[in-house]
Write a protein that binds this ligand. Structure first.
Ligand code: HGY
Ligand code: MN
Ligand code: MN
Length: 417
């Protein structure tokens, strides 16, 4: 394994490139990089230069993901896939996803001198639309690679009314060829992703790195609550059917019912009212619900409780409501061997225990788990701040994480020899 100075230089390069990528944004004064945007195209061109710099052959697949490949001993052998995502939420931090792609590139740089000894090829992927920030459903790029594209997605629209189908064409992709982005399971020797924890557990236990055991299951809903728009002055309370008050009670019910559980979190991230005028009782409200749990059945039980609670609120206030599920991803357990080699890689380099933990955040590994074993390495995320400009990671932890991930790949190569 290269000497520490090489890893120190690589860690510095990664942090500088996270800062550079932060400038590719559609948002004034913040970071926003969404699927099939001009920023997507520009970042793919920049990242492909970084991939080629370490010897990877690069290509953009039919779903807009950026890929790189380096042969191992046998060019026909399956590849170990390393990567994460380059898209972001609105007003994002600069490490969520990006760190994992840049670490994957640096692992290839570190192992390139011995790549011809490896029993697998090394592939790097920069997925797009892990967040689902533009069209509502998430993991579009990794779902395409997993051969799980849902044709119903073509009619999803963004906030401007642009359909996914139109956005594909405007980006220069052919919707009819998205299936060609699918990877054959036998072409992969596994998937490894490094990511900031997006939670405070490593920070609070003063551990730089952690092994992910499973990734939380997720369901996302768009909920519409219908009442009656009325004059704000002339309408007495007993005559009102105020959709915003119903949505407000529903939002508090989501928090109350999820807090009563151990490993369930529910979030109302967006709430809009119509007509949205200062002097009109809201006749309609629309809210989003993001519901996650360690286990699918617990998550589904809490959704049933939330639905019953909204029924009661709507009945009492004379409202109607409906919910449309816009995203679902079942919980994914990380592959046992990959967990073992991630743990070994951490123990080799972080001088201490490698805590195991389940990921409350979703990741592309959830989609790729459909076609190959997945493993994840978490890096300490100070105070767990993420999906926020104050998201951070330390240079020292990035260097340790890079050394651990490189050691992980070497353990895996030895495991199967
Ligand atoms: O929402 C998530 O958990 C991830 O950051 N996409
Ligand atoms: Mn992420
Ligand atoms: Mn994220």
């Amino acid at each position: 394994m290269p000497q520490t100075p090489a890893f120190q230089d690589a860690a510095r390069r990664i942090m500088a490139r996270c800062d550079e990528l932060a400038r590719y944004t559609s948002m004034e004064g913040g970071i926003e990089r969404v699927y099939l945007s001009p920023e997507h195209a520009r970042v793919n061109r920049l990242a492909s230069r970084w991939m080629r710099e370490v010897g990877l052959d690069t290509w953009q697949d039919e779903a807009g993901n950026l890929n790189g490949h380096l042969d191992g001993k046998d060019p026909e052998a399956p590849s170990l896939l390393l990567g994460s995502h380059l898209d972001s939420v609105r007003d994002a931090g600069r490490y969520d996803g990006i760190l994992g792609v840049l670490m994957a590139i640096e692992v290839v740089r570190a192992l390139k001198p011995r790549s011809k000894d490896l029993r697998f090829g090394l592939d790097v992927v920069a997925f797009w639309d892990e967040e689902g920030a533009r069209f509502g459903t998430a993991l579009l790029g990794s779902s395409a690679m997993a051969g799980q594209w849902n044709p119903a997605w073509w009619d999803l629209t963004d906030e401007h009314g642009t359909s996914l189908r139109t956005a594909f064409r405007e980006f220069g992709l052919d919707p009819g060829r998205v299936a060609a982005a699918a990877r054959r399971p036998e072409s992969l020797a596994g998937y490894l992703e490094a990511h900031i924890e997006q939670g405070p557990d490593l920070d609070r236990s003063n551990a730089p790195l952690g092994v992910v055991t499973s990734i939380a299951s997720a369901r996302r809903f768009s909920v519409q609550i219908l009442g009656e728009a009325r004059h704000a002055g002339g309408t007495r309370y007993e005559d009102r059917h105020d959709a915003l008050l119903g949505a407000s009670e529903a939002t508090l019910a989501v928090e109350r019912l999820c807090r009563a559980e151990h490993h369930i979190v529910g979030t109302v991230g967006r709430l809009e009212t119509f007509p949205g005028a200062v002097n009109v009782v809201p006749g309609e409200a629309r809210l989003t619900v993001d519901l996650r749990g360690e286990h699918d059945d617990d998550r589904d039980r809490v959704w049933a409780d939330i639905s019953r609670s909204i029924d009661e609120i709507a009945g009492r206030r004379g409202l109607r409501w409906n919910a449309t599920q816009i995203h679902e991803a079942p919980a994914v357990w990380c592959d046992g061997l990959l967990q073992d080699v991630v743990r070994a890689g951490i123990e080799d380099t972080a001088r201490g225990e490698a805590p195991s933990m389940f990921s409350r955040a979703g990741h592309d590994a959830m989609a790729i788990g459909a076609i190959t074993g997945v493993g994840m390495l978490f890096l300490r995320n100070p105070d767990g701040i993420s999906h926020h400009p104050d998201e951070s990671v330390s240079l020292a932890d990035v260097e340790t994480g890079l050394r651990a991930m490189t050691a992980t790949v070497e353990h895996l190569a030895r495991e199967a020899a």
